[in-house]
Every structure is written in C-alpha cells, then in structure tokens.
Design a binder for this molecule. Structure first.
Ligand SMILES: O=C(O)CCC(=O)C(=O)O
Ligand SMILES: [Fe+2]
Length: 226
C-alpha cells in the first residue's frame, strides 16, 4: 500500500528544520547504499549519527510514531533513525529497491526494512522535478507532497527520485520493520481498521462493532511478529 500521511510535521517544525538544514554539513548520499544503489544515486545526505541528524531524526520518529494513520498503516515494530537528504542542480536517485536488512549503528541488532517513508521538507512549488516515482503491482505512482506530509510505500517496490532541475528538494526518509511483514496483510488490516472506525463513529460500540474489533485483533494476533 502506498499511503499519503498529511501533517506529520507542523509548519513551525518544517521552518525550524529548514533553518537548521541551511547550514548543515552534507555528505555524498552514496555513503549509505550498496553498489547497485550507488551506481544511480547522486544526492546529498546528513552523515549517519551526526548531531543534527540525531536531533531532527528524533523529532521525525516521534511525530510518526504518534501519528494514528502511520501507526495503523505501517504497524511499526522498530523504526531506524531517520536520514535527511537534499537534491539540487540535476541531482537524482535512479531506480532501486531499498536494502532488506539495515543496522542503526555498528553492533546494533539488524532490522528488516518493510515500510519506506519519505517526509517532504520542501513545498512542491520550490523545485522542479524531484517526484518520487514508485512502481507497484497496480502501476506507477508519482508523489510530490507539501512540506510536512509523508508518503509510505512497501520497501519491496522499485522506486526513484527524478532529477531536480530547479530549486532544492529537502526530505527526511526512513525505514520501519513492521509487526506484519507482508504488504497485502498490512493493507487488509489497515482497511479493516479504517472501516471499523467509520462503523464505530456511525453506530457506537454496537455488538457488531465489538465483534469486528475482535476480528481485527485476532487477525493481528495471527499475523504479527513482535
Ligand atoms: O528522497 C526520497 O524521497 C527517497 C530516497 C530513497 O529512495 C532512498 O534513499 O532510498
Ligand atoms: Fe529508496
């Protein structure tokens, strides 16, 4: 499932991030990928573990974890520390699939990347190009969202970021290991959860709502790994 999550960061947070990123030390984005990614990746990132990445990443991770839509859709078990990237002057990241296993820091427990997230930090009118293009079983999706909004997509998909030909595209991106590894099972649980919430809002805690909520939890019990 590819899902737009509006308002992960407030406008004030976005402005604060932008201010801090203005004077940041950027490194070559190829530092965090394997050879296939490195061949098509031309962008800049904050170094993993740098004080600014840790500080701003903490804010992003807390905002996402507290976001009900992100929680319901990603069912996160663990979230890797968020990264920050910038693209300008034709920078791009060609077609790739995110690595399956990542470690937050040397010696840390490995985490499986199930759900990929981009939190946009630049508004669409600030740059040309820079669309995130995600291809799934249903076709190709082009994503360019307002600053503060996020997109989540299965880490199993081929995706790319188109060259930025005017202005600068800043973003935070991160991976989560989900309690439910399979995208289709996560999608089914998400749709069930959203429909239960609609039924509950319309009819309150009727016996049918209680029964459906029980069914959601029993499916989660069957499918979740913790
Ligand atoms: O900048 C983005 O939106 C996504 C970046 C990306 O796909 C990656 O770093 O693996
Ligand atoms: Fe990626």
């Amino acid at each position: 499932m590819i899902l737009h999550i509006p308002g992960v960061l407030t406008r004030e947070q976005v402005l604060q991030f932008r201010d801090r990123l203005l004077h940041a030390d950027w490194i070559d984005g190829r530092a965090s990928v394997g050879s296939q990614g490195a061949a098509v990746k031309r962008n800049r990132q904050l170094a993993e573990g740098s004080p600014l990445a840790v500080e701003l990443g903490g804010i992003v991770a807390r905002a996402l974890t507290a976001n009900p839509l992100f929680f319901a859709a990603a069912l996160p078990l663990r979230i890797l520390p968020p990264y920050f990237n910038g693209y300008a002057g034709g920078e791009t990241y060609g077609d790739h699939i995110d690595g399956a296993i990542r470690v937050a820091s040397p010696g840390a427990a490995p985490l499986r990347a199930d759900v990929s997230t981009t939190v946009f930090l630049s508004d669409p009118d600030e740059y040309d190009g820079g669309e995130l293009i995600v291809t799934d079983a249903y076709g190709t999706h082009e994503v360019k969202l307002p600053a503060g909004d996020a997109i989540i997509y299965p880490s199993t998909t081929v995706h790319r970021v188109e060259p930025v030909t005017r202005g600068e595209r800043l973003a935070s991106f991160l991976w989560a290991q989900s309690m439910v590894r399979d995208d289709w099972k996560r999608t089914m649980l998400f749709e069930l959860d959203q429909n239960i919430q609609s039924v509950r809002a319309a009819h309150g805690d009727s016996p049918a709502t209680v029964g459906l909520t029980g069914h959601y939890h029993n499916l989660l019990r069957m499918w979740a790994e913790t």
